[in-house]
Design a protein around this ligand. Sequence first.
Ligand SMILES: Nc1nc2c(ncn2[C@@H]2O[C@H](COP(=O)(O)OP(=O)(O)OP(=O)(O)O)[C@@H](O)[C@H]2O)c(=O)[nH]1
Ligand SMILES: [Mg+2]
Length: 281
Amino acid sequence: MLAAVYGRTGKAHVVGVTGPPGAGKSTLVNALIGEHRRAGLSVAVVAVDPSSPYGGGAILGDRIRMSDHALDDEVFVRSVASRGQLGGLSSATARVVDVLDGFGFNSVIVETVGAGQAEISIMHLAQTVIFVAAPGFGDETQAVKAGVLEIADIFVLNKADHPMAKKADRSLHEALPASSGGGWRQPIISTVAIDNTGVSELFAKVREHWAQLDPSECARAATVRAQQQLAAAVAELASAYVSEEPDFESLAKQVLSGQLSLKSAAEEAFHVIASRTRPVE
Ligand SMILES: Nc1nc2c(ncn2[C@@H]2O[C@H](COP(=O)(O)OP(=O)(O)OP(=O)(O)O)[C@@H](O)[C@H]2O)c(=O)[nH]1
Ligand SMILES: [Mg+2]
């Protein structure tokens, strides 16, 4: 499928939506789906849940909150769980995004909880990153720690109907990196996702950010991503060789006995793998 997809990718606007649990990301995404549809745009959503291996409550919740558009052919919502594999999540998500992009969706929205390194690497898939905060989460400092603020293009303070919203708005402003002058200025938009307040303004900003992106920059980023995917695929292939082939047992024993350093053994293994013409299935 991926072979059929490549060559058709690079047309969709990939939008990342991240932020702490319960900030209202899914509700906001549901509202954004509506904005896309009113603008005549098709949209796919990938909800990533690294914590629950088999589609737990959060994923179910995500799907319910996006169910307004369940019967619309131009809307596709998919959940991705980690299945316990820590490393593979971002490359698996990248492939899902590529399939949806290649399929022809105008926009692909990726939702993750902005917690760990895996989520941040997933956000590198996106051309436009939205960080969603809500009052009373202490998320401003959390976000700084996680390095999410640096990669966000648009900030949303959701649940503006909350009594603590004003205070949260102030602390979010304070936590933001100083404007680097020139280029895109990261806006802060207040929303109430449950009643659509501020959502059309957010959608307008999302489209505005997309419009001012440098196409050659996007192409370069796509190449970097493809190279990372290639690197991951090579590592996967090499790993399968080494763990499945009995030949490599003696190398492992030499490492164990201290005869050979792990790095030298890895180089040796790499030479053995490279000298073969066909991969072992
Ligand atoms: N008062 C209020 N509640 C909201 C707003 N937006 C979302 N909610 C509620 O907040 C709760 C969490 O919303 P979700 O959209 O599931 O939040 P999320 O960020 O996707 O949560 P996770 O995917 O679990 O991280 C739900 O009960 C929503 O109805 C809002 O603007 N105001
Ligand atoms: Mg959600």
